[in-house]
Design a protein around this ligand. Structure first.
Ligand code: NAI
Length: 327
């Protein structure tokens, strides 16, 4: 029998995981392969997590061979092949950005070290917890024995949101949209690029033919979608964030579709003038479990300014966590 793939998931008693765990367990991530779930929470949330595990048990998912829970990353991450770091410290009222960065810094330094010490040699780590790009940078820097390209951050939700908004605008099914790219940070400065996106075989910006809509509606709507969902639902997006987390990791493991790419936040190699080392969103393809940043795309002046602004924010965040001694 096939050895189970060991999958660590943090923040397992939280909102996103209440959707994510069941999607993974039912086969949305790896299909018909045996898996072992390793669920990490903080101590006060372990009781709630036990309840979630009772529900997982009650689904009798055929591919779930074992579930372990705990509050110690050096135990929970032991031998894991995939790690999805969802748990993070939310921004509370009155919290400065530096407070948020240090609170999360403490989480991601510890988890990075634990992964470094005990994860499987082939581990892939995807950070969903915000600020996702900079949390991924902190984890990476605290895991010097793991290759840097095994640390990604999630911009797939932004990617999916952009596809959905564009499809609605031009009146086509989402399956007609390809080659979408989110550039930069998973934040309000992110840049969804319609100049390289295709609707059928035509450039999306030409099909839209309305720069005012792109600048005044499309870009802000994609960037502020999270806030709109909180406003409507009274809670932040969770099922769609879980879906994006599954899709990013699935594509990273199993590969991207032929003739398309996806948006992944990965350590920059200097492509497109993004400073080497920061974790920024790029168009990526995946074959044999390794991603490649798509090269040679044309970046017009409008796109250049937007990408530069988002990248400048990532550089600021990197400098802030450097100053805090987290990396
Ligand atoms: P939530 O607050 O419902 O759940 C977070 C869970 O993480 C809590 O159960 C908490 O106890 C746990 N946690 C906190 N510190 C931990 C630690 N050190 N180790 C293990 N678990 C820990 O939040 P929700 O809605 O599930 O969101 C999780 C994160 O995902 C947030 O940071 C949110 O901002 C982020 N997010 C990211 C998106 C993206 O596109 N990158 C989209 C939506 C949310």
């Amino acid at each position: 029998t096939e050895a189970p793939v060991k999958i660590a998931i943090t923040g397992a008693a939280g909102q996103i995981c209440y959707s994510l765990l069941f999607r993974i367990a039912s086969g949305s991530l790896l299909g018909d392969r045996p898996i072992e779930l390793r669920l990490l929470e903080i101590t006060p949330a372990l009781k709630a997590l036990e309840g979630v595990v009772m529900e997982l048990d009650d689904c009798a998912f055929p591919n779930v061979v074992n579930i372990e829970i705990g509050d110690d990353p050096s135990k929970v991450f032991d031998g894991v092949n995939l790690a999805m770091l969802v748990g993070a410290m939310p921004r509370k009222a009155g919290m400065e950005r530096s407070d948020l960065l240090s609170a999360n810094g403490a989480i991601f330094t510890g988890q990075g070290r634990a992964l470094n010490d005990v994860a499987a040699d082939d581990v892939k780590v995807l950070i969903t917890g915000n600020p996702a790009n900079t949390n991924a940078l902190i984890a990476l820097k605290n895991a010097p024995d793991i290759p840097a390209n095994r640390f990604n951050a999630l911009t797939r939700l932004d990617h999916n949101r952009a596809i959905s908004q564009l499809a609605a605008k031009v009146g086509v099914p989402v399956t007609d949209i390809s080659h979408m790219t989110i550039w930069g940070n998973h934040s309000a400065t992110q840049y969804p690029d319609l100049f390289n996106t295709l609707v059928g075989d035509r450039v999306a910006a030409d099909v839209v033919n309305d720069q005012a809509w792109i600048e005044g509606e499309f870009i802000p709507k994609v960037a502020k979608r999270g806030a709109a969902i909180i406003e409507a639902r009274g809670l932040s997006s969770a099922a769609s964030a879980a879906n994006a987390t599954v899709e990013h990791m699935r594509d990273w493991v199993l590969g991207t579709p032929a003739n398309d790419w996806v948006s992944m936040s990965v350590p920059s190699d200097g492509s497109y003038g993004v400073p080497e080392g920061i974790i920024s969103s790029f168009p990526c393809t995946v074959t044999d479990g390794e991603y490649t940043i798509v090269q040679g795309l044309e970046i017009n002046e409008f796109s250049r300014a937007r990408i530069d602004a988002s990248v400048a924010e990532l550089v600021d965040e990197r400098d802030a966590v450097t100053e805090l001694g987290l990396i």
